[in-house]
Design a protein around this ligand. Sequence first.
Ligand SMILES: Cc1cc2nc3c(=O)[nH]c(=O)nc-3n(C[C@H](O)[C@H](O)[C@H](O)COP(=O)(O)OP(=O)(O)OC[C@H]3O[C@@H](n4cnc5c(N)ncnc54)[C@H](O)[C@@H]3O)c2cc1C
Length: 432
Amino acid sequence: MRLSDPPAASYYADSAAASCLEFPPPARLALRGEFRADVAVIGGGIAGCSAALHLAKRGFSVAVLEARNVGYGASGRSGGQTIFGLAASQQAMIAQVGQDDARHLFDLSVEGLDLIQSLIRDYGIDCDYRPNHLHVAVKPRQLRELEQWAQELNEYAYCSVSLLDRQQLRAQVASDRYLGGLLDTRSGHLHPLKYTLGLARAAESLGVRIFENTQVLRYTDGAVIEVHAAEGIVRCKHLVFCGGAYLGKLAPTLSRRILGVGTYIIATQPLSAQRAQALLPGNAAVADINWVLDYFRLSADHRLLFGGRVSYSALEPRHLAESMRKRLLRVFPSLTDVKVDRAWGGYLDITMSRAPNFGRLANNVFYLQGFSGHGLVLTGLGGKLVAEAVAGTAERFDVFARIPHRDFPGGPILRRPSLVLAMLYYRLRDLL
Ligand SMILES: Cc1cc2nc3c(=O)[nH]c(=O)nc-3n(C[C@H](O)[C@H](O)[C@H](O)COP(=O)(O)OP(=O)(O)OC[C@H]3O[C@@H](n4cnc5c(N)ncnc54)[C@H](O)[C@@H]3O)c2cc1C
């Protein structure tokens, strides 16, 4: 199976179907003929839906063009962990953009966390949101990293975190694998497909038009932009790219900056409520701080959703479910009797520095990409910031746009092998 195939076996698609009389939702029409809008948005993930919603709130008419269906990309497949900060470390951001912008970026990420809460509340999005998140250490070196992190967060007056020693952590995660953790009560987890679908419905309630099965094939820029799909054209004044790792070759400048890396999740069969609670008594989402990390959480129906691994090929790894199950048993050896019901994967859009990549291809052509596996919060925020920028107030968008980015080295042929080498280095580092 190719990673770009629909995640037919995803737990999210099953459970969205079970909880919603309208799932799969009646397909939205594909674009046919000519459509005019102030803004066209490419991509129906969280970034695109949030951009559309925030643009509509500001009075713009908006068309979203989605190649497959809303939530088809990473947004409908993710681990569902909503976490403060960026994928790049705060120290790395200070080195790249200086103290002030780095601080501003951090504060914006926290605004992104709160934005999720307000969108869920304002638009009645039923997406199983639960608070609490844990970063956990597998090695003594990582314990020191967590301590340093807690200190930095304290200096930023980010007060919802606390350091847990091994024993305190054991009361949160019933595993002997971890040496300590950083608990954040402001971060949390949710059902990412339900959240994405909810955002799309909220945008539509404000008049946004979403076209599905509408792949954008090319566009021409100018004061009036023409966005072409197979059977239709949108004429608009502004264009926003939100295609993430699924964008392909539509805008080569953008694709050179990111690399699509596969990552995977399994869902166990439902556990009894008691057994599930015994594994994660605080119902926190958990992520270790290895480069190739394990991340897991409970679903609303008491399954363990366990993510990890990366791959650089477009094909799903062989024996995916079994190899992921082995990783799960490293954390919770008591689950040997538990079956894996579902396994799926999706692409991350990683940048060289792992900082997100926002910017402009022209005065009226914007883009949001490069979330590097840390996009659940920043995509929603990015949508809000790009709406501000389209409306003429770009100060906050430009804090992100000022982050310097480099193309992946090696051109189209050598860039993937060079990444594999780089990742090998980081994997070795995980072992130390
Ligand atoms: C398995 C997995 C686990 C993850 N876990 C987490 C997590 O726990 N926490 C976290 O913060 N982040 C996580 N992420 C990352 C997060 O999911 C992404 O950063 C985020 O969802 C990206 O959203 P997006 O809207 O930018 O892109 P996407 O959700 O990928 O949406 C892009 C959309 O654009 C469409 N598209 C592309 N090209 C075109 C075109 N030419 N025409 C029309 N449409 C087009 C695609 O079909 C797609 O639907 C995970 C990602 C994966 C894959």
